[in-house]
Design a protein around this ligand. Structure first.
Ligand code: AMP
Length: 190
């Protein structure tokens, strides 16, 4: 299996790029944000719990997020690999992902990070908010809180994968197609 963590702050372009790359590399795309939003649309108990955190720009607690991710992975037994988008976001999640995959005699092959300046992230998310109607993209204060949460809890995961020689930083600024080409160069070598 080839498993890739597509990493970066909110608005870095993870979802957009994962949608393109999953078909080209025959990988299954799992976005924890998308799974939470689906649960919110369907008014499940998980959805209403997650919403209270998402609306404030905070991370959903590890315990529920890890359980949900594990169920998503287990639901797809016969795959060539996964692109994880928006997971892991904490060290506990990264460790849980390692153990989940090791049971399958598999592992994370790489963390590929999209690097984008904070002010450009805010600009991109405000634009997306107007187009997509995502509540957490509509308010600049919430957007800034999500970026702050990224630096508080998530950014350190670079070191977790760097220590395993699995970290690849990519310039995430430019046209979507240009960024896809940069990512493909890394994906092909894995
Ligand atoms: P995203 O679509 O990846 O930007 O995620 C939207 C929101 O969902 C985040 O701001 C968090 O509140 C929640 N979320 C998504 N993935 C995770 C995760 N791995 N851990 C905790 N919360 C998450």
């Amino acid at each position: 299996m080839k498993n890739i963590v597509l990493f970066g702050p909110p608005g870095a372009g993870k979802g957009t790029q994962a949608q393109i790359l999953k078909d080209q590399f025959n990988l299954v795309h799992i976005s924890t944000g998308d799974v939470f939003r689906k649960n919110i649309r369907e008014s499940t108990p998980l959805g209403s719990m997650a919403k209270s955190f998402m609306d404030q720009g905070h991370l959903v607690p590890d315990e529920v997020t890890i359980k949900m991710l594990a169920a998503e992975v287990e639901a797809q037994p016969e795959v060539e690999g996964f692109i994880f988008d928006g997971f892991p976001r904490t060290e506990a999640q990264a460790k849980a992902l390692d153990s989940l995959l090791s049971v399958k005699n598999s592992q994370i092959n790489a963390m590929v990070a999209l690097e984008v300046d904070d002010e450009l992230l805010v600009e991109r998310l405000l634009t997306r908010g107007k187009e997509s109607g995502r509540a957490d993209d509509a308010n600049e204060l919430i957007i800034r809180e999500r970026i702050a949460e990224y630096y508080r809890k998530t950014d350190i995961l670079k070191h977790f994968y760097q220590a395993k020689n699995k970290y690849h930083g990519i310039d995430g600024v430019g046209a979507i197609d240009e960024i896809t080409q940069r990512l493909k160069l890394v994906f092909k070598k894995l």
